[in-house]
Design a protein around this ligand. Structure first.
Ligand SMILES: [Zn+2]
Length: 366
């Protein structure tokens, strides 16, 4: 009896304990589920309210290919690198797309018809779905190679939407303002929302020669994301740069400058570089392409510049005209194909990551 009496409470206690354990486990599961859902919701809210713009300066060995991905996932690719090399440049664009988590490119802007910019189009369209192509209109350069580049481009984009852009036009991307500053040798007088100001750097600027090439026809854009501003002028040359910002500067100041023309010294006049006052510059030079000491020095010395990043060591320049190795994506003898990745926030703060070292530097809001 004693045993039975003793047993029953024991049994009852075990059942109670088991029920309590079950209840606790169920409660824990519900809590974990709630916490997970809350965390996912918070992450989604954070992504939509503080979503970031990503910009990849892709290494196309001295050409241009710059991928911008808005927080919405809508994308703009500025130029496509070189032709040939077994589709190397399309591969590198695809690698940046994978990093950004996108499967198509909504807008491809061709700045001009030199092969280091437009040459990669046939390989790109063979591998990537493109929404529309934008360019400055027909080729204006009287050279067999450039005529051929243009013909190849027109054939490659057959069946795609094509839009010809003029200064003042915009490229509609959810969450971004993209304004065309220059196209086909013409330039904008004023950007909506920016008051042109007299440019004090014009007085000491020298006279630049006429440039009959496609470079002078480059489509240049100003990208604004909240308080963050990015300037990409393709290969625009000195005379057109000065025409754009003298006597009045319609661009104002910027955060990130894609060093014009890969750091060639027939671009990057002081009148424009000093006036736009970049905080950070990225030079898309090749190991033996552009990255000229005179242009490097102008960008390096421009007022307010914090860092000058490079896609490659400029191997034909000396150490005094190259940035320290941690700012270089592809130093001499250390690999190839590494991009520089920029992540910008609406408050104007941003970071640059060297994808070779995975080192990231933060730049605070102004
Ligand atoms: Zn170029």
């Amino acid at each position: 009896m004693k045993t039975a009496v003793h047993d029953r409470p024991q049994t009852s206690s075990r059942h109670r304990l088991a029920r309590q354990v079950c209840a606790f486990t169920a409660l824990l599961a519900v809590c974990v589920l709630c916490c997970t859902l809350a965390s996912q919701r918070a992450q989604a809210q954070a992504a939509s309210s503080t979503g970031q713009l990503r910009i990849y300066s892709i290494d196309v060995e001295g050409g241009q290919s710059t991928l911008l991905v808005a927080p919405s996932g809508e994308s703009l690719l500025v130029d496509t690198g070189w032709p040939g090399n077994n589709g190397r440049d399309a591969e590198r664009i695809l690698a940046a797309m994978r990093d950004a988590g996108i499967k198509r490119i909504d807008h491809v802007l061709i700045t001009h018809f030199h092969d280091d910019h437009v040459g990669g189009v046939p390989e790109l369209v063979a591998h990537v779905e493109v929404g529309e192509f934008l360019d400055h209109g027909e080729n204006r350069e009287d050279a067999a190679d450039t005529r051929n580049n243009y013909e190849t481009y027109v054939k490659a984009i057959a069946g795609h939407q094509r839009r010809i852009v003029h200064p003042g036009d915009t490229i509609a991307i959810d969450g971004l303002s993209v304004v065309v500053l220059t196209a086909d040798g013409e330039h904008i007088g004023a950007v909506p929302g920016i008051k042109p100001v007299p440019n004090s750097y014009c007085a000491s600027e020298h006279v630049w020669p006429d440039d009959p090439t496609e470079n002078a026809r480059s489509v240049g854009i100003l990208v604004t994301f909240g308080k963050f501003k990015f300037l990409d002028l393709g290969d625009l040359t000195g005379k057109k740069e000065v025409a754009l910002v003298c006597p009045n500067n319609p661009i104002g100041t910027i955060d990130l400058y894609l060093v014009t023309h890969h750091g060639m010294d027939w671009s990057n006049s002081r009148a424009i570089v000093d006036a736009v006052h970049p905080r950070v510059a990225i030079m898309n030079n090749g190991a033996h392409k552009a990255g000229k000491p005179a242009a490097w020095q102008i960008v390096h010395d421009s007022p307010g510049l914090i860092d000058l990043w490079q896609l490659h060591t400029a191997e034909d320049a000396d150490a005094a005209h190259n940035s320290p190795e941690w700012l270089i994506a592809n130093p001499k003898g250390d690999g190839d194909g590494h991009a520089l990745k920029v992540v910008a926030a609406l408050d104007g703060s941003f970071s640059v990551t060297n994808t070779r070292t995975e080192m990231t530097k933060q730049y605070s809001r102004k």
